[in-house]
Design a protein around this ligand. Structure first.
Ligand code: 6R9
Length: 655
């Protein structure tokens, strides 16, 4: 059959349904023969990582440069871990100086393509020089070790340079996705108490400049700690600059010295904050520290992506998400890889853009999200067929569960049937990849992420902490600390304890539902909390509800997710207007986009006269999810104060 992938052994084509996917696809003999990690090596390394974590991680860390050796590999005082205790290092030094010192100075580090087709490249020496200058710029602006710096930037090389420059001087970067709104930006600056914001005049999105500096100006009206705004000139839009506060990146960079010594920091020194949605209220500032994160990014990138010297590695994630941090910047640069970065949208000027980039730059490793894959799939097989994708040798997926059909399409149409596909499960909080197959060592089961990475000890449990057996659905937990785990929620350790180590005693609670088969493959099915996954982006239903009720016409709101063919999930809002007020759906959508960002905009709004509540006043979102999905109401409705509300809601057209 022509659509069968050319793999060995031939995949069995039996599917019961999407939930009981039985296809098993082994790596090709050719790939397996030269893979970095063989099945036996994985077994041996994984065993050792659990039986002798000190020895295992000590050996990996020993491949990197430490200015002061650690005394102990791990100190675990549940729920707080310290890794490489007493050691001093610098992650930017390890990503740049170390690679230049081992002869990679002339190798391309960053190969950047702008949305308009402009290409810029930086060798490792050039990138090091830029990062040294940027480190001097930050220091001159008064940024000191431990200070927080907020970045609000498009996906341009300066974003990576700024991150690495912060790391080089021991400042803590907090990247805010450039698609986030003024208030989301201001909240994050305030929570981090940043002194400095680095932004750009504008970024491009589908050919249009998006005015970031204007957002920064507005945010700066409510951010008392902010002293300076450093502005990269990306789009030549010439924004107003406030004297004494606003400075041009280029001017300071041109004047800065290219001499700089990386500042050694303690292994547990904070490296970055990254805000992510949780099940309640405000986003959490996930805190990652230096040593453990560095070591795990180094190891996971080389093993999961089977990195080679001549790879052209492309992770399509924006720098504003954890995937952009770990697998566009730190992981690949620590390994001396050539990293491709693309500034713009996948469909600009058309849906062939990614394939054009792969062909033009000879991309060998592509790491992207299921939502993108599903969008490409909708465009059909002809478009990718117009491009030469033969340089690709490995594909990756991240961000949400990938449905088996999309997996198969990716493998067959993009991978030409020859590339292994790794489906990597992890989170902002885990810092790096936790569950995956290793491309040359394990067969894939489409839809299932796979096996634990080194040092990762997963289990499926009930809420009561009882471990479940093969194929039983339950909660995904991790039973012991790993080097790149989050250390706390910034400024709120109680929330850290409660959200991650308090849900089920003595294990890390991921917030995902999952099951594990008899071979140990874990299939992650999705969030079990009030967190939505829209196009691979995490959004708290509570955040969107707060935004909705902040609108004067809205009295009450409840937000749920609805399955969406392309986005995975889409936002559905049930809205109760203030009495005597009309809700204008367009205006409400624009309001949510202003409050949070365009990605939180509800797809459907249902204007309600009441919400389904228990007698104690709790909104029963379970029923709202059924209504949103157009399903029949199932479950016990007797606890509802007014059971009739469900029928009325089901009969209401969404707007
Ligand atoms: C890296 C990242 C984390 C949540 C996570 C889960 C979902 C990510 C997945 C996956 C199934 C995969 N998720 N990868 N679900 N299979 N391969 O996405 O971090 O933005 O924090 O999201 O995404 O629900 O809990 P983050």
């Amino acid at each position: 059959m022509s659509d069968q992938p050319a793999t060995r052994p031939a995949p069995s084509d039996h599917i019961d349904n999407v939930l009981h996917e039985n296809r098993v696809i082994a790596p090709s003999e050719e790939f397996a023969a030269s893979a970095r990690v063989s099945p036996e090596q994985y077994q041996e390394m994984y065993r050792r990582s659990l039986d002798d974590p000190e020895g295992f991680w000590g050996d990996v860390a020993g491949e990197l440069v430490w200015m002061k050796p650690w005394e102990r590999v791990l100190d675990w005082q549940e729920p707080h871990a310290q890794w490489f205790v007493g050691g001093e290092t610098n992650i930017a030094y390890n990503a740049l100086d170390r690679n230049v010192a081992r002869g990679l100075g002339d190798k391309t580090a960053i190969l950047w393509e702008g949305e308009d087709g402009e290409v810029r490249t930086y060798t490792y020496s050039e990138l090091l020089r830029e990062v040294k200058k940027a480190a001097n710029v930050l220091t001159e602006l008064g940024v000191q070790k431990g200070d927080r710096v907020t970045l609000y930037l498009p996906l341009i090389p300066e974003a990576a340079i700024a991150m690495l420059a912060c790391a080089r001087i021991g400042a803590v970067h907090s990247v805010v996705f450039a698609g986030f709104s003024v208030s989301a930006l201001a909240d994050r600056i305030n929570n981090a108490q940043s002194k400095l914001l680095i932004t750009a005049d504008a970024g491009y999105r589908r050919g249009q400049p998006v005015n970031l500096k204007a957002n920064a100006d507005e945010a700066a009206q409510n951010t008392p700690t902010l002293e300076k705004i450093l502005v990269v000139n990306r789009a030549g839009t010439n924004p107003p600059m406030q004297p004494g506060r606003d400075l041009w990146w280029d001017e300071l960079m041109n004047a800065a010295s290219a001499e700089h010594e990386a500042v050694p920091v303690d292994s547990e020194h904070p490296l970055f904050l990254l805000y992510t949605s949780g099940s309640t209220g405000q986003p959490k500032g996930v805190l990652h520290t230096t040593g453990g994160y560095m070591v795990n990014m180094y190891l996971t990138t080389q093993t999961v992506f089977d990195l080679r010297d001549d790879d052209v590695y492309w992770c399509t994630a924006d720098i504003g998400w954890v995937t952009g941090h770990s697998y566009s910047v730190y992981g690949p640069l620590l390994n001396g890889a050539t990293v491709l970065m693309y500034e713009g949208a996948p469909n600009h000027p058309d849906w062939g853009r990614f394939w054009e980039i792969v062909q033009k730059h000879g991309v060998t490793i592509l790491y992207t999200a299921p939502t993108a894959i599903r969008s490409f799939m909708r465009q059909g097989d002809d478009l990718p067929a117009q491009y030469d994708l033969s340089s690709l040798r490995l594909l990756g997926s991240v961000g949400e569960p990938i449905n088996p059909e999309a997996w198969m399409w990716y493998q067959r149409v993009i991978g030409g049937g020859r590339c292994p596909v790794v489906d990597t499960w992890w989170q902002t909080e885990t810092g790096g990849i936790m569950l995956t197959t290793l491309p040359g060592a394990h067969p894939s089961k489409p839809g299932s992420a796979g096996l634990p990475m080194f040092g990762v000890d997963p289990a499926i449990m009930t809420h009561e902490g009882e471990e479940l057996g093969p194929d039983e659905g339950g909660l995904l937990v991790i039973k012991r600390p790993w080097p790149s785990m989050l250390r706390t929620v910034y400024g709120d350790d109680a929330r850290y304890r409660k959200s991650y180590w308090g849900e089920i005693p003595h294990v890390y609670f991921a917030g995902d539902g999952a099951r594990r088969d008899a071979d140990g493959y874990v299939t992650v099915v999705g969030r079990v909390d009030d967190v939505l996954n829209v196009s691979g982006h995490r959004l708290g239903t509570m955040e969107i509800e707060s935004a909705l009720v902040a609108h004067p016409a809205v009295a009450e709101a409840a937000v749920v997710g609805r399955p969406d063919e392309v986005k995975g999930e889409s936002v559905v809002a049930f809205v109760l207007p203030q009495s005597g007020q009309e809700v204008d759906p367009g205006e409400l959508r624009a309001h949510v986009a202003r409050e949070i960002g365009a990605l939180a905009r509800p797809d459907a709004i249902i204007i309600a006269d009441a919400l389904p509540k228990t007698r104690s006043g709790k909104i029963m979102r379970r029923f709202l999810r059924q209504i949103a999905a157009g399903k029949e109401i199932q479950g016990d409705t007797s606890t509802l104060e007014d059971p009739g509300v469900l029928e009325r809601l089901a009969a209401t057209e969404a707007v």
